[in-house]
Design a binder for this molecule. Structure first.
Ligand SMILES: Nc1nc2c(c(=O)[nH]1)N=C([C@H](O)[C@H](O)COP(=O)(O)OP(=O)(O)OP(=O)(O)O)CN2
Length: 132
């Protein structure tokens, strides 16, 4: 499997519900580093999985709706713990939809899967990977 991975970051604030989260039940900020990997069984006629510029642009567009936001106040996330794991799937779903809509410069069927990894610090990260 071939893969191309691009990286961006967002600054957000959020709080969690549940004793499990201890001090993170209070509003706190985080800078998440997001890696999006695009996977394909074969290269296209240009010899690429996906153009790196298009991949960067697609990731940037998805992250715009999160950057500098208090996620507790985003209606779409109402009542949800916006954990690192949750956000990996949120980003994945938007990128997968962009692929299915042919907005990534390569038709969805030619891309096998997308993996989104979010590093919430230098010691912890989560990822979500699924076929498109
Ligand atoms: N599985 C997850 N666990 C936790 C997440 C998460 O997104 N997924 N997030 C947090 C907090 O948002 C924050 O990133 C860390 O908070 P903190 O209380 O400092 O977390 P730790 O569990 O690392 O440390 P403690 O020893 O429990 O304080 C927390 N967990």
């Amino acid at each position: 499997m071939f893969a191309v991975e691009v990286r961006d970051h967002v600054m957000i604030a959020h709080s969690f519900k549940g004793d499990l989260f201890g001090p993170a039940q209070a509003l706190h900020g985080a800078t998440f580093v997001i890696d999006a990997a695009f996977l394909a069984e074969s290269l296209d006629a240009n010899g690429v999985v996906i153009d790196i510029g298009r991949a960067h642009q697609a990731l940037k567009e998805v992250l715009e709706s999160l950057n500098y936001k208090n996620l507790d106040e985003v209606p779409e996330f109402s009542g949800i713990n916006t954990t690192t794991e949750f956000l990996t799937k949120h980003v994945h779903d938007h990128l997968a939809q962009a692929a299915r809509d042919n907005r990534l410069g390569r038709p969805g069927p030619e891309l096998a899967a997308i993996r989104v990894t979010i590093s919430e610090s230098h010691v912890a990260r989560a990822w979500y990977e699924a076929a498109i």
